[in-house]
Design a binder for this molecule. Structure first.
Ligand SMILES: Cc1cc2nc3c(=O)[nH]c(=O)nc-3n(C[C@H](O)[C@H](O)[C@H](O)COP(=O)(O)O)c2cc1C
Length: 393
């Protein structure tokens, strides 16, 4: 296994030595990349000695036979980690700035990315840093958040580099999961649908799309080819995911039926409208004190997939406010699914618009598997690991 380890210009740069040691002990080849700022804190000689590899930096010339070093390296690595990651590098990565070796390497990498930010708590708390990190996480980057404690500036706060042992562990985990779903095509739906009332108005629901996007991201991190079919949401597309934007349930149905042809799994996390209003060709004029809207049943995409199923794994979601497990069990059987992920949307702080969720996975054999409350990114990983146990190719 080969890991590229970027070291940028923070006071914690010296802790990269422990990370190299930990990886080396685990039998991993480490290729270090030192930023200009990083070189002010630690010498290439130290890194070269510990990693037994020459250090790459802005000073590095072409490789043997004129090879382009950053592209050459992307082909060889299993994981790209940056520890410590400065506020400056989080910003460069988030925006795709490629003005030195480390940032140019980032934008060329297809392997999983792990960052371990470290900085003064004021820099950590700045909205720019928060936004940059949110962009990276939405792309599928794993972030090991800094810890709280005494900082180099003689003040207490959050900003200290995560424990090097944790960083080593996370890098090894990312490498391990990165091929779990290799060669599988996973189709995920996300977000709400919008059913037009007239050219300017629509009926919709509160789905944020986060659960579906987290599932797409987690599947891509596990090496799957991922198609994400999404209703209108304000979320960044995860790295390596093919995204199809749709609006109405009819458009979502069409995209799902087209994408399922060679799918190994279809995960329907979208909140597709059950009932759709009639559509007026012209804008509905304000006038009458009341208007009647007669809603009619929209397409039941999951039911359609279940009735015409091939060998793909079908996974549905059941958002319920009462009799959670009974309703979910009924839906699983009625729609001929393999798994259903049930969540209780009456509990505050989880589900629909929230960042966290707590779910129970039910299967055809009647087993139930509870997944305790956690951020949706983690829930997504647990759902995939449960569903694909023993099924990866
Ligand atoms: C003594 C000192 C300590 C610093 N520590 C950090 C740090 O922990 N985290 C950080 O993001 N920036 C830190 N900075 C600022 C960065 O070094 C500065 O933004 C630099 O341009 C980063 O270089 P690089 O991103 O090219 O590695 C520090 C600066 C100094 C002078």
């Amino acid at each position: 296994m080969v890991v590229a380890l970027g070291i940028s210009g923070g006071i914690a740069a010296y802790k990269a030595c422990e990370i190299i040691r930990g990886l080396d002990k685990a039998g991993v080849e480490v290729q270090t990349i030192l930023s200009r700022g990083g070189a002010r804190f630690i010498t290439p000689l130290t890194l070269q000695t510990l990693s037994r590899n020459t250090v790459l930096s802005d000073r590095t010339g072409p490789g043997d036979g004129g090879a382009v070093r950053h592209i050459d390296l992307t082909r060889r690595i299993d994981v790209f980690a940056v520890a410590p990651a400065t506020a400056n590098f989080l910003a460069k990565f988030a925006r795709g700035i490629a003005d030195d070796f480390l940032s140019t390497f980032y934008i060329s990498v297809t392997a999983p990315v792990v960052v371990a930010p470290a900085m003064n708590s004021r820099m950590w708390d700045h909205p720019a840093t928060r936004e940059n990190l949110a962009i990276l996480k939405a792309r599928g980057t794993r972030s090991l958040e800094p810890e709280s404690g005494w900082l180099a500036e003689q003040e207490q706060g959050v900003g200290r580099l995560a424990d090097p042992e944790r960083i080593v562990q996370a890098i090894l985990e990312e490498a391990e999961i990165s091929s779990l779903l290799a060669n599988l095509h996973v189709v995920v739906t996300a977000g709400p649908t919008r059913e037009p009332l007239d050219p300017v108005r629509f009926r919709s629901n509160r789905s944020s799309g986060r659960m579906g996007f987290s599932l797409a991201s987690a599947a891509a991190r596990r090496g799957a080819r991922v198609t994400l079919i999404t209703g209108p949401v304000g979320l960044h597309t995860p790295r390596g995911v093919r995204r199809i934007d749709v609006e109405s349930s009819a458009e979502m149905r069409k995209a799902v039926l087209e994408s399922r042809a060679d799918a190994d799994a279809v995960i329907m996390a979208a909140a597709v409208s059950d009932y759709i209003p009639p559509r007026s060709e012209g804008k509905i004029k304000k006038g009458a004190a009341e208007i009647d809207l007669r809603l009619s049943r929209g397409p039941d995409i999951l039911m359609e997939l279940g009735q015409s199923r091939g060998s793909e794994i079908l996974i549905g979601f059941a958002a319920e406010t009462e009799n959670l497990l009974d309703n979910a069990r009924d839906k699983l059987a009625r729609k001929n699914l393999d798994f259903i992920v049930a969540n209780d949307i009456s509990v505050p702080g989880i589900g629909m618009e929230a960042g966290e969720n707590e779910v129970t996975i039910l299967d055809r054999e009647g087993n139930t598997h509870p997944v305790p409350r956690a951020p949706k990114e983690q829930i997504a990983g647990r759902i995939l690991d449960h569903v694909f146990r023993g099924r990866s190719r």
